[in-house]
Design a protein around this ligand. Sequence first.
Ligand code: Z5A
Length: 199
Amino acid sequence: MFITFEGPDGSGKTTQSKLLYEELRRRGKGVVWTREPGGTDLGRSIRQLLLDDQNASLAPETELFLFAADRAQHVAKVLRPGLAAGQIVLCDRYVDSTTAYQAGGRGFSAELIASLNAYSTGGLLPDITFLLDVPSEIGLQRATRQKADKFEQESLAFHQKVRAKYLELAAAQTRIHVLDGLQTKEAIFQQIMARLDML
Ligand code: Z5A
């Protein structure tokens, strides 16, 4: 099974994906936790290029292709091998992030992003996606308690467009389950487990 976690900055998806990883391990399941960008050795270098606030001059097209390159490597070297070995694969951000940030936030056409997502993944889609939804102001406050990266320095309007695109995607796709990220960590996690226990 392939499970992804999505949401705006500071929505709590890393917290929830790691809670699930620990719970599945406790139950004796074979499970892999990974993330984008940066889920491979090559991807860790790409992640530095993408998030470094010193790279503010990165052109939006360059950024888009770096995310796609990171993903192609991740699909080939981590996601497909993990799934083929029968592992449950948990991934913190995947194709929906590109739709939300690069189509929603940066304004690339939805068709271009859909086609790039399909090409970089070879069509590999999650079985289920948990979308943690929080108002942009709250997510940013949570995310920037330490040093803000390049995306966290974007305007509030940028982050509101990202959130709106996520909610639009969720309304159109049954694999995406929206969770209210303003609830306690424990309450959100209970809803994730309840949903997975139904499968
Ligand atoms: N990006 C993109 O543009 N296009 C793409 O295709 C992809 C990514 C794949 C990756 O950075 C950046 O790349 C990302 C989008 C862009 N934008 N940014 N920034 P990242 O991976 O470093 O950052 P992130 O994914 O946004 O992670 P984050 O800032 O760490 O947020 P999070 O994972 O959603 O939240 P968290 O780490 O679980 O929690 C954040 C804080 O909130 C922490 O102090 C928690 O203890 C607290 N928290 C968590 N849950 C709760 C609840 N329920 N209540 C209260 N407080 C909570």
